[in-house]
Design a protein around this ligand. Structure first.
Ligand code: PLP
Length: 285
């Protein structure tokens, strides 16, 4: 089942007018929330980021946090009992094609659930390959905008190279991945690029930094130079669906000794433990 503009229905019955500004302009924002055993992970944080994205594109939020939480839980209940990836999508609605905002138009609200496919154990144990590319996206990457053409092209570059992700470099510094945040272990310190207008403020990124702080892992939030990336002992990518994964090959060269490093293995366990704890006593928005 999906949710569209106030109704739950099978996806086959869902229809969007072709003049929807999401279709015409990519004028909308979205969220992806992992759901474990029917418990949405960090729901309050995802809803806060949705509010940030809506504010940034000057689109009034159609629902308050309580209503979003109610809709999320209803959709989760109507889908498979296994882990889910819950998608929320809000556009500026349907109007005659004109760049400027239309007046008096209701936003389009769409939600769907897909099975959550986290990386298989073999990938966690072996790590993944990545390439680097110039970050050619716009200067508001903090907005989770549905217009993802640059990210699509950048991710496809990785797939074409037989890799799992593209690590993006802007002005000599690492920003993030095509659809993930990036961490680098350099001289024994876990480095994370700062959250600013050049990166999406990842929910998983926050969890990783919280776990580092809570477990005495030396870490620093600061610009990460391309040379630090290339000389790193470990590189990780994080996202809601991929959780935390080690990048063990970068542009065809091995990272460290070519296997996921000891700090990665520790963080992976910390992350799984945290997730299991949260599933037993889920957070409220
Ligand atoms: C560009 C980009 N950066 C970072 C992330 C990671 O964010 P989160 O941990 O909230 O999934 C994503 C998520 O898909 C993304 O698309």
């Amino acid at each position: 089942m999906i949710y569209l503009n106030g109704k739950f229905m099978p996806i086959e019955e869902a229809r969007i007018p072709v003049l929807d500004r999401g279709f015409i302009f990519g004028d909308g924002v979205y969220e992806v929330i992992p759901v474990y055993s029917r418990h949405p992970f960090r729901l309050a944080e995802h809803l806060r980021r949705l509010q940030h994205s809506l504010d940034a594109i000057r689109l009034p939020n159609p629902n308050d946090a309580t209503e979003w939480a109610r809709l999320v839980h209803r959709l989760v209940e109507q889908n498979q009992p296994g882990d889910q990836s819950l998608y929320i999508h809000v556009t500026r609605g349907v109007a005659k094609r004109d760049h400027a905002f239309p007046e008096g138009v209701a936003p389009t609200v769409f939600m769907m659930s897909n099975p959550l496919v986290t990386p298989p154990r073999s990938q966690v144990d072996a790590g993944v390959g990545a390439i680097t590319a110039a970050d050619n996206r716009w200067l508001r990457c903090d907005i989770k905008a549905i217009a993802l053409l640059p990210n699509v092209l950048l991710r496809q570059q990785a797939v074409d190279a037989g890799c799992a992700e593209t690590v993006l470099i802007r002005d000599g510094n690492v920003t993030e991945g095509a659809a993930s945040n990036i961490f680098v272990l350099s001289n024994g310190v876990l480095l994370a690029p700062p959250k600013n207008h050049l990166v999406l403020p990842g929910i998983t990124y926050d969890v990783i930094l919280e776990l580092a702080a809570a477990n005495g892992i030396p870490h620093e939030v600061r610009e990460v130079a391309e040379q630090e990336l290339r000389g790193a002992a470990e590189i990780w990518l994080t996202s809601s669906t991929r959780e935390v994964l080690a990048i063990t090959r970068l542009d065809g060269k091995t990272v460290g000794d070519g296997k996921p490093g000891p700090l990665f293995r520790r963080m992976y366990t910390l992350y799984q433990d945290y997730k299991n704890r949260v599933m037993r006593s889920p957070e409220k928005p």
